[in-house]
Design a protein around this ligand. Structure first.
Ligand SMILES: [Zn+2]
Length: 252
């Protein structure tokens, strides 16, 4: 192993920064997936609540209609009672025929109103039952959402603690680099899918899979300069070798 150059030290710090950022991203993704599920559930619940409110409005409209139709039915019944009383006092046959005709009309109206009220009663009962069932379904969904929220609470707390711990470590590591390099790192990180530091294996940048010129490869292997991939700008380290502590680099 060659002596550690300053360039190599900087690359090692950059790699630590990348490792911490990888960790932060992983935990954030897990946290977002968790909260995303619950947010979806809450959106569905909100929609179902809205539908239920609409159903209740329709039910109360139907109930008003029912009251109106029931009133009309009562009116027809009263008319029939009056007509019957009138009939008992009729003496002339012409008038008798007229009152009988009137009673026939009233009976026809009465039958129609009775049909209507009966149909409405059936429809309203059915609709009420539907609302009760829907209400129960929504209540169960709300319970599931509440339980999930409760269950997530501890895990979310842990994830947030992990993230803030990693951010603290990141801050410390970043102080070992010049602000110019930190800014460049951040720029590449943003532009290159969260990977600003990557290994060089068999002369190929593992970030963009492009082959590097031998002079770059040689500089990276020697650790003599800080090399960025000419194609994707990522910082490159020797991915086939050992790290600064002499440990084999896993997975590079
Ligand atoms: Zn590259």
């Amino acid at each position: 192993m060659a002596n550690l150059t300053q360039a190599q030290q900087i690359i090692d710090v950059l790699r630590r920064l990348q490792a911490i950022d990888d960790e932060i991203r992983d935990v954030r993704e897990g946290r977002d997936a968790m909260t995303g599920n619950l947010e979806r559930l809450h959106r569905v619940l909100e929609m179902r609540d809205g539908q239920l409110a609409e159903m209740r409005d329709k039910l109360s409209e139907a109930e008003s209609w029912f009251t109106k139709k029931s009133g009309e039915l009562e009116t027809e019944k009263e008319k029939l009672t009056k007509a019957k009383a009138k009939l008992s006092g009729v003496t002339r046959s012409k008038e008798y025929v007229a009152v009988n005709r009137e009673m026939d009309n009233i009976r026809k109206n009465l039958a129609n109103r009775e049909d209507e009220v009966k149909r409405l009663t059936g429809a309203i009962d059915e609709f009420r039952a539907t609302i009760v069932r829907e209400d129960e379904k929504v209540a169960r969904m709300r319970q599931v959402a509440d339980e999930e929220a409760q269950g997530n609470e501890a895990a979310l707390g842990e994830m947030n603690a992990t993230i803030s711990g990693a951010e603290d470590r990141r801050g410390e590591v970043a102080t070992q680099l010049s602000s110019g390099i930190v800014r460049r790192y951040a720029k590449i990180f943003k532009a290159r899918d969260g990977v600003a530091v990557t290994g060089l294996t068999d002369g190929v940048c593992t970030g963009c899979n492009m082959v590097l010129q031998p002079r770059f490869v040689e500089q990276i292997l020697r650790g003599s300069s800080i090399i960025q991939c000419p194609h994707c700008s990522r910082y490159l380290f020797d991915g086939s070798s050992h790290d600064a502590d002499g440990n084999a680099i896993a997975g590079s």
